[in-house]
Design a protein around this ligand. Structure first.
Ligand code: ATP
Ligand code: MG
Length: 442
């Protein structure tokens, strides 16, 4: 990953409006890791990542930033919700499992790279396996002329399989059940090993059941999996994946405010919240976690935590944990102008989505610029009057504007429909200004 901070911000700009501080801080953190990797090993070990805490009220783009990063990043990346974990000793997911998830993600990245590199070999493997089913090899004792005939047939058959002409044919495959991967990272490694040995035993008992009739088309994708487990060197893939997760891995810890203990709601607090925070400490600080694929050191994994902190404050996290997130960025509340830009300037914006959906019914939907401004204005107003739910308000508002049109769109196939400012006001004014109504409807 060697995008410059500017390039990262430019990419995020396509999907997330405003929030420049957050984008910059994250972009810089990512670049710093790249810089670190160029240094001597000795110095590398000294440079610890500076974890980030993003604070911003609901619906202002915290999760959206992480989602976009996840798509863009070629480094191991997982997004997890802090509220899903439970303290060690309690039933549920323990926090170490997020590290295992990261390793699994790293493996799939490295594996995909390897598969691409070995594409030809893998294709060949799949082709051979299918052809040998369709044209069983001849015994050695047959005459040379028969062998020549067979060779010709074989070439023809290979072409047919490749072109897809044989896709509907049924062939019988035997499966190696042993190769089925267990990626349930929820299990601690010891359990995973037990599970694996069970699956091996069952695979041996059920040898007969492992035969299955499938179409050539399905066989192609099934055998691709087999090819990758037979041809790729999983040991070196695992080692490389561990190395990458250790040095470049990023964990996005969403909803961190949900495990903070606020003074206000002390009575209702779940005692294990603090336990989860304590369990997080060693992981964020740097410790060794055992995974099925080997031991991973978490020293250099970058953590980005995010939370709305409506009820609790960052200072409600236990002090040791606060201290481990030295970089704080605040995300701004969304203004009317930002809401307008979210509607008009983001890739795959809500307006585009609705237009495309109604397009399926043969209806052409268009929005006057003034109408979009009115939607932004009314959404902002509703946020002010009731709760500020950020850009999520746009969903409910738009849904209301378009409800009826959307309902009988099928009757208006072939028609064009332009949403005007008057129409928006007609549909919404009353609801927005009536506090009770808007609480229910918007
Ligand atoms: N600044 C923004 N630019 C573009 N879209 C945004 C922005 N903020 C929010 N959205 C949109 O609003 C929706 C909710 O945003 P998101 O999931 O990021 O909220 P959040 O900040 O994580 O809130 P919460 O604290 O409730 O989890 C998403 O569909 C997202 O696309
Ligand atoms: Mg969120």
């Amino acid at each position: 990953m060697n995008l410059t901070p500017k390039e990262i911000v430019t990419y995020l700009d396509k999907y997330v409006i405003a929030q420049n501080n957050a984008k910059k801080t994250i972009a810089l953190a990512l670049r710093t890791r790249y810089r670190r990797m160029q240094l001597d090993k000795e110095l590398q070990d000294e440079i610890m990542p500076k974890n980030i805490l993003m604070i911003g009220s609901t619906g202002v783009g915290k999760t959206e930033i992480s989602r976009r990063l996840a798509k863009m990043m070629k480094v191991p990346f997982v997004k997890v919700e802090a509220s899903k974990y439970t303290e060690v000793g309690f039933v549920g997911r323990d926090v170490e499992s997020m590290i295992r998830d990261l390793v699994v993600n790293a493996i799939s990245i490295v594996k995909a790279e390897q598969e691409e590199e070995n594409q030809d070999k893998m294709d060949n493997y799949v082709l051979n396996r299918i052809v040998e089913k369709l044209l069983p090899p001849l015994p050695d004792s047959v005459s040379q002329s028969k062998k020549d005939d067979y060779q010709r047939l074989l070439t023809v058959m290979e072409e047919k399989v490749e072109s897809g002409a044989m896709d509907e044919r049924i062939i019988e495959l035997e499966f190696d059940k042993i190769n089925v991967e267990f990626n349930d990272t929820n299990l601690p490694p010891e359990m995973a090993k037990v599970q694996e040995s069970f699956s091996k035993i069952f695979a041996n008992i059920n040898k007969e059941d492992n035969k299955k009739e499938v179409t050539v088309k399905d066989a192609k994708s099934i055998l691709k999996l087999e090819a990758s487990s037979k041809l790729l060197d999983m040991t070196s893939i695992n080692a490389e994946a561990l190395r990458r997760a250790e040095n470049g891995g990023i964990i996005f810890l969403d909803e961190i405010d949900k495990i903070a203990l606020s003074e206000k709601s002390q009575g209702r607090n779940d005692p294990s919240k603090e336990g989860v925070q304590r369990d997080l400490l060693p992981i964020v600080e740097g410790s060794s976690v055992t995974t099925k694929y080997g031991v991973i050191n978490t020293d250099h994994i970058l953590f980005i935590a995010a939370g709305a902190f409506h009820v609790s404050k960052p200072s409600d996290l236990i002090p040791e944990l606060q201290g481990r997130f030295p970089l704080r960025v605040e995300l701004e509340s969304l203004t009317e102008d930002t809401l307008y830009k979210i509607l008009t300037q983001t890739e795959n914006s809500l307006l585009k989505q609705y237009t495309a959906l109604l397009g399926v019914e043969g209806m052409k939907l268009a929005f006057e610029d003034e109408a979009i401004k009115a939607i932004a204005k009314l959404s902002h107003r509703a946020n002010e009057l009731t709760e500020d739910i950020g850009a999520r308000r746009l969903h409910t508002v738009l849904e209301n504007v378009l409800e009826e049109i959307s309902f009988d769109a099928d009757e208006h196939s072939g028609e064009e429909y332009t949403i005007t400012a008057e129409f928006v006001h007609e549909r919404l004014d009353e609801i927005v200004e009536d506090n009770d109504l808007s609480r229910y409807i918007l």
